[in-house]
Design a protein around this ligand. Structure first.
Ligand code: GDP
Ligand code: MG
Length: 177
């Protein structure tokens, strides 16, 4: 990990998108600070958080952007998407509607972002198996059809969060290094 003043070889912008309350901010808190909070304050202020990691002996700074409560349809501005090389497209496995909205988010993303953008479909809250409303098969099938990576995560249990970001960042690295 690079400390203050250490050299950074690459900075990759990655955006988090998806409906409100699917867990975007907690996924980011888990990845950037290894933290999780169960009380659902809406995201305030901070535009992005960073974490520096090493990929292929290079220092890569991931700059992860989180929406500040602009999750209504078409409310996310083009500045948010500008320069993004990767995206986590997040739904909540216990909220069918958040999965049904994924095509819209994908359309918006593809309309605004880099044409080579690396996209990971993320079904969050996998710890709530007994409340599941979206099958893994449905999501996998959608991801394959749309050429997206796919993982189910739990920000609460720290399941697959690291894996999701690592996959996206390594793939970006392959394309842009
Ligand atoms: P956002 O609006 O998409 O940023 O969602 P938040 O990150 O604010 O999370 C919304 C609510 O879901 C909060 O109460 C979180 O604590 C909760 N939450 C987020 N991730 C998980 C998870 O993996 N499992 C469970 N059980 N709850 C989660
Ligand atoms: Mg949030």
């Amino acid at each position: 990990m690079a400390g203050a003043g250490e050299k950074v070889d690459y900075v990759f912008k990655v955006v988090l998108i998806g409906d409100s309350a699917v867990g975007k901010s907690q996924i980011l808190a888990r990845f950037a600070r290894n933290e999780f909070s169960l009380d659902s304050k809406a995201t305030i202020g901070v535009e992005f958080q960073t974490r520096t990691l090493v990929i292929d002996h290079k220092s890569v700074k991931a700059q992860i952007w989180d929406t500040a409560g602009q999750e209504r349809y078409r409310a996310v501005t083009s500045a948010y998407y500008r320069g993004a090389l990767g995206a986590l497209l997040v739904y909540d496995i216990t909220k069918r509607q958040s999965f049904d909205h994924i095509p819209r988010w994908l359309e918006e993303l593809r309309g605004h972002a880099d044409k080579n953008i690396v996209i990971m479909l993320v079904g969050n809250k996998s710890d709530l198996e007994e409340e599941r409303a979206v099958s893994t098969e449905d999501a996998k099938e959608f991801a394959e059809k749309e050429n997206l990576f796919f993982l189910e995560t739990s920000a609460l249990q720290a399941t697959n969060v690291e894996n999701a970001f690592q996959t996206v960042l390594s793939e970006i690295f392959k394309i842009h290094s």
